[in-house]
Design a protein around this ligand. Sequence first.
Ligand code: ADP
Ligand code: MG
Length: 701
Amino acid sequence: MQDFLETNIMYLPGVGPKRAELLNKELNIFTYRDLLYYFPYKYIDRTRFYKIAELDPDLPFVQLKGVIKGYSTEGHGKGKRLVADFQDDSGNLKLVWFKGTKWIMQSYSPGIEFIVFGKPSVFNGMINIIHPEIEASGKAAERMTSALQSQYSTTENLKNHFLGSKALSRLLGNLIKQINFRLPESLPTYIVSKYKLMDLHQALHKIHFPSDPDEIEKARYRLKFEELFYIQLNLIRFKNNRARKFKGFVFSSVGENFNSFYHDNLPFALTGAQKRVMKEIRRDLGSGKQMNRLLQGDVGSGKTLVALMSMLIAIDNGYQACIMAPTEILASQHYQTILKLLEGINIRVRLLTGSSKKSLRNEISESLLDRSLNILIGTHALIEETVQFSNLGLVIIDEQHRFGVEQRAKLWQKSINPPHILVMTATPIPRTLAMTLYGDLDVSVIDELPPGRIPVKTMHFFDSEKNKVFGFLRNQITEGRQIFIVYPLIKESEKMDYKDLEDGWDTISRVFPAPQYCISVVHGKMTSAIKEESMKLFKDGKAHILIATTVIEVGVDIPNATVMVIESAERFGLSQLHQLRGRVGRGADQSYCILMTSNKLSREASTRLEVMIRTSDGFEIAETDLQLRGPGDIEGTMQSGIPFDLKIANLGRDGQLIEYVRNIAEDIIAGDPLLETDINLILKSELKRLFSKRQSWSSIS
Ligand code: ADP
Ligand code: MG
């Protein structure tokens, strides 16, 4: 019966090789199962008939019953159209066709009762329906499908080959007719009955051919439950297995290095949140289990310090530690910060990036092996084959969303025993989303900024108000402040058009001419040496303005920069805007974020700007982002750890259900960690079917 669902879609009546190829290519439908799990995105209620007098253009699709009084042709050229005068006992409206007009007139004679179905709109002050569906009113009664009609999304290409929504529905009808047995359950019966779920057979049937809205609800709930439940079960089982398999180095003591840093070098008191997080990390490091922890903290919340103190604990216990950052700028910034923080303490730190010289590489290799190197900081270069640690105890991954899953996996393989892993991210993620994206990690949150920060003032200006903004910038420079100006270049690539940045540079250098003003530029096309130099110019306070693409997005720390100007702000996503704004407001002076946009804004773009102006709370911004865009788009969620597309659940909207099924999954694993009992065997086999193809993602944190 399982095999039946794996039948090639080609063999379904009404498909055949040609259409099968299209279904493969356009919708990823290869088997009966794929089609059966291709769910409608909405339903149209065809139980209700509207009266023409009730219609207004805000209504979605409506169904009417009436007669065509006569046809006429209106307009000419491209606007030429066939218009039918359609009437019921409440009034009349126009049905309009631009194409296939001859066939329409032949098929639908005046005077006969028809059912008309379409979306009302207004033209010349009159309600009309463009390209309606029409059928004889007698026929509707004998329609095989239910009154609630499923709508399936398709593509242009499919429609051109007569595989639109209706055709898919017909194919599903054919498939369901073929299923002359009961589809086996995919959840243990104790779960189905305990949580009052519709059984699978019925759910798969009713999701496509419901007879009332209540059935849709129950079917959807059952299918969402199952989808989310297996994701959580997989994560929790994996987390559990890992904890049992790996011992984890025990960092039992806090020693000399940590203590002398804490007492002599720490430049300020830790925030309450930093202290709490340090406690959580220390507990992990001493527990005898391998740490796999995600450290979330808004930009500027002081994660670097937490990273450093954790590394000191590793070193005090005789181990090496490393930090991996997504860009050279960030790696070298970490390097400098950490060198400075460790002044006077006998700890050896090195920086390794793609542009490190051979001689330095050799020195690093040797000192890693003879254990004289304590901390290695770098980019991807850290995970090259040639870098061999001798006793790597702790790996810190900064801004992890920039790292591919594979890259993290390599780091993991660096030692026989996996090191403790701390993943730091400044991208706030709503809690329920984190349960999936990082569902196998423990989570610590720094939810408090260091004291004395003055909130950044955020303002919106249209491009037409540029001069006002320039005046403001001039004043800030006069007061000794520095300015970021960022241009959108969301994906840095070779072929990318740098026009925005170049035009911007032209304008800015005219408005702020040398030698009075000094402007520095950074973008992804520069060699890292030049990038470094430009950055340094700005960091050392020699340049007044830094013009950049989003290279500077993450982690750059320049307290004297008080203004962040974001050009074409409407083209950035919320979390990116938030990250960029986080670059200012780090010093003692009032900082500003200026969002520049064109005068024409979409509603969604306006909402984003409003949110930015209203709040600086990263979590609130993330929640809004999730609602506006859905989780698939949110930066940093691409490697979500789910090896398949969600078919029905939505990580953004189904937060409550995620939490609910996670608890259920936790209970099950607690009682039967290996899923060995008879009643749970089905769980094991479903997990295997769902996740085995690309299981490798989960062998890393
Ligand atoms: P992020 O979490 O974005 O990586 P950083 O670690 O770069 O933040 O810290 C941001 C700034 O705040 C740095 O200049 C750092 O020195 C400072 N900072 C960190 N912790 C504290 C603290 N407890 N009190 C005052 N300033 C702090
Ligand atoms: Mg940082």
